[in-house]
Design a protein around this ligand. Structure first.
Ligand code: FAD
Length: 458
């Protein structure tokens, strides 16, 4: 294991290994993949070094507040893909339905666990679970920063206000962290052992969905299917057919020149390091399209992680910069030409056909085009009588319908629309000094009626 691999790993407590424990447990939650999974490889190494079998544990529950069939189907497809590939390496992979929070289930198994490996989370509830496990499990608990290029703590120890402030800090480290992963051969083939869990062994995602009591109203996407094999297909198409025009066309919603990798990155079906290495097999780092893509994949994505980690109010109106809140509050009582209820917005029933198309794209496919996400959220500010309410509506709709929702990128993206990471502009109604976006701007930049046609055909 090289130094750059070890720099991803932190101990969450000072406890020694539970020597009477029966197995090493990797609680897979955020990185649903076999390939390029540092937490998995580290778990295999521990299993080999200490001669304890490895269990990859992937519990599923149905009481999480956002649970709906759209993203559960995608998530379970990812879990099944990972299970197959991990079992092929001779490692036990357990899917279990739990009626209590998974961390409690792990605590119940405390005496059997030799040591525990977790993935680093950036959101409040993810961090809380890791903290509880670190404090309460009677053995060593490790946390692996598994889903970023440069580990969060190496980049910065404070909230970075702009992309330009975090960029040099990340870029200085890129060469060190864009490296192939060390893979270990598991010495104990644990896949045939019985570890006394209530394992589920259905082969199809639908069979799991049938036993879960979740919101079935948000239909699964017919455009995105979960799992690392699907992620690799999307990556290949991107490299072979789109990357050469990414800089020029990525922002144009009429075309499809984005990578479409965000749902896969969100569920950890693919590692950003692997994406970089695959791209660099075909392209030079100096290529302008690569620079533009890495700016999104690495700088903006890792800025979003820094934001969620160091700003305790990342998913609230209160978390936006002071200047932005002041100016929005000063314009809170400005007259709005339109005010829509959450139901009007949810059902794409506004006067603006471009906005409705964006909302419909999200409802139908589970992924709205990046440029339209900015327009969509700016208009929610314009058409809601209170900016705080607008922030909550944007988070609610984004988290409910986007396959990549419930992610630091979503909260950072919404916060950007309210002034975060941005500068003040000249003052205007409702928005004050926060950047405004208009229908005329859409028409000027793009053949935007073609976008409406495209969405109507979906
Ligand atoms: P590509 O252009 O191919 O980019 C590759 C990757 O870079 C993306 O998958 C993503 O991980 C990262 N990336 C791209 N743009 C951004 C960005 N602005 N900020 C941070 N990372 C970025 N992204 C989400 O992943 N989940 C969300 O819930 C989400 N909600 C958003 C809401 C609003 C209001 C806004 C303005 C942006 C939001 N974004 C969100 C950021 C961005 O729109 C998406 O990441 C992007 O459209 C995903 O498509 P792609 O993978 O094809 O992008």
């Amino acid at each position: 294991m090289n130094k750059y691999f070890s720099l991803r790993i932190e101990k969450l407590n000072e406890k020694s290994f539970n020597l009477s424990g029966l197995y090493v447990l990797y609680y897979m939650r955020l990185s649903l993949r076999e390939d390029f999974n540092y937490a998995l490889e580290f778990s295999i190494k521990l299993s080999n070094d200490y001669k304890k079998p490895l269990v990859v544990y992937c519990p599923i529950t149905d009481y999480y507040k956002f649970s709906n069939i759209r993203y559960y189907k995608f998530m379970i497809e990812g879990i099944l893909n990972a299970k197959k590939l991990i079992e092929e390496r001779g490692i036990k992979f357990i899917i279990e339905k739990t009626n209590i929070p998974p961390y409690k289930k792990i605590l119940e198994k405390s005496k059997d666990i030799f040591c525990l490996i977790l993935e680093k989370g950036y959101l409040k509830y993810q961090r809380k679970i890791n903290k509880i496990l670190g404090e309460n499990l009677n053995t060593t608990v490790f946390e692996v920063d598994n889903d970023v290029v440069v580990p969060l703590k190496i980049v910065s120890h404070k909230q970075e206000p702009y992309a330009r402030t975090i960029r040099p800090k990340i870029n200085n480290k890129l060469d060190e962290f864009i490296k192939p992963i060390t893979k270990f051969e598991p010495l104990i083939k644990s896949n045939k052992y019985d570890f006394q869990f209530s394992e589920l062994n259905y082969k199809k995602a639908e069979d799991y969905l049938n036993i879960l009591n979740i919101d079935k109203s948000v239909k699964p996407s017919n455009y995105f299917f979960g799992g690392e094999n699907e992620a690799e297909k999307k990556l290949k198409v991107f490299i072979n057919e789109k990357l050469h025009r990414y800089k020029e066309l990525r922002s144009n919603p009429v075309f499809d020149y984005q990578s479409n990798l965000s749902p896969y990155l969100h569920f950890g079906n693919i590692s950003p390091v692997k994406i970089c290495l695959e791209i660099l097999k075909n392209y030079s780092y100096e290529d302008e399209n690569v620079k533009s893509f890495f700016n999104e994949l690495i700088i903006w994505r890792e800025l979003a992680r820094n934001f969620s980690y160091y700003n305790a109010r990342y998913n609230e109106y209160e978390g936006i910069p002071i200047w932005a809140k002041k100016t929005l509050e000063e314009h809170k009582n400005d007259k709005r030409d339109y005010i829509y209820s959450i139901e009007d917005l949810e059902n794409a029933k506004t006067h603006d056909k471009y906005w409705n198309a964006a909302q419909l794209e999200m409802l139908k496919t589970g992924k709205m085009h990046n440029y339209m996400r900015m327009y969509w959220c700016k208009k929610i500010i314009e058409w809601t009588d209170d900016p705080k309410k607008a922030f909550d509506i944007a988070c609610y709709l984004n988290d409910k319908y986007e396959l990549d929702g419930r992610d630091p990128n979503g909260y950072a993206g919404i916060s950007w629309c309210f002034g975060s990471f941005d500068r003040p502009f000249s003052e205007r109604k409702i928005f004050g000094k926060v950047r405004y976006m208009s229908e005329e701007g859409l028409k000027r930049k793009f053949d935007i009626d073609k976008y409406v046609e495209k969405v109507n055909k979906l």
